[in-house]
Design a protein around this ligand. Structure first.
Ligand code: PRP
Ligand code: URA
Length: 209
């Protein structure tokens, strides 16, 4: 069974409160999602391997550490996952970015795939799938299916807000994929929205409502 990590860092929790607030406008919402994604990436990359290097400082030779060249891939689920990409790239600029386009059918709540473009060396990369919302879990589970079908082996899922139903579905479908969230909310409503959640992440991010 995969693990679920809830990041309780005060900065993440503080910014999340503004993200949830319905008075927060598009510009500020976008900036906050970007910042929270950065802070979460800081935590999620804690286990990246390091290698020892020698660096010549102005004073002496220092034995120092650098990332051991692990290849990373970020996979935003379109649309709302896009809002998390830049914040992570600020910390990991060498990561490649693939895209999985999915929308949730408003009647059935089932994910409908409309676009997939991944880095060519899928089998060599570790991936982080990005989506602010893990509601029923259908979209994330399908995006992970899509990656696995194309050869991805090491995948993490990073969401800002999750519902227990979504976590359970992804854990059931993908017991090898650890899930990282900033908040675990109470439940889904009859329309499949997370309660209390933040509303429609794509609409709030792109101002489409
Ligand atoms: C939202 C959200 C997730 C999905 C979560 O996307 O960004 O991708 O719903 O719901 P689920 O866990 O029940 O699948 P949406 O389908 O609204 O598409 P959009 O990002 O293009 O607006
Ligand atoms: N998608 C969203 O954008 N918000 C939710 O609460 C659920 C799915």
């Amino acid at each position: 069974m995969s693990k679920v990590y809830v990041f309780d860092h005060p900065l993440i929790q503080h910014k999340l409160s503004y993200i949830r607030d319905k008075r927060t406008g598009t510009k500020e919402f976008r900036e906050l999602v970007d910042e929270v994604a950065s802070l979460m990436a800081f935590e999620i990359t804690r286990d990246l391997p390091l290698e020892e290097v020698e660096i010549e400082t102005p004073v002496a030779i220092a034995k120092s550490k650098m990332l051991a060249g692990k290849k990373l891939g970020l996979i935003p689920i379109l649309r709302a996952g896009l809002g998390m990409v830049d914040g992570i790239l600020k910390l990991i600029p060498a990561a490649k970015v693939g895209h999985v386009g999915l929308y949730r059918d408003p009647e059935t709540l089932q994910p409908v795939e409309y676009y997939v473009k991944l880095p060519s060396d899928v089998e060599e990369r570790d991936f982080i799938v990005l989506d602010p919302m893990l509601a029923t879990g259908g979209s994330a589970a399908e995006a992970i299916n899509s990656l696995k079908k194309r050869g991805a082996k090491n995948i993490k899922l990073m969401c800002i807000i999750a519902a227990p139903e979504g976590v359970a579905l992804v854990q059931e479908a993908h017991p090898d994929v650890d899930i990282f969230v900033a908040a675990m909310d109470e439940m889904l409503n009859d329309h499949g929205y997370i309660v209390p959640g933040l509303g429609d992440a794509g609409d709030r991010l792109f101002g489409t409502k």
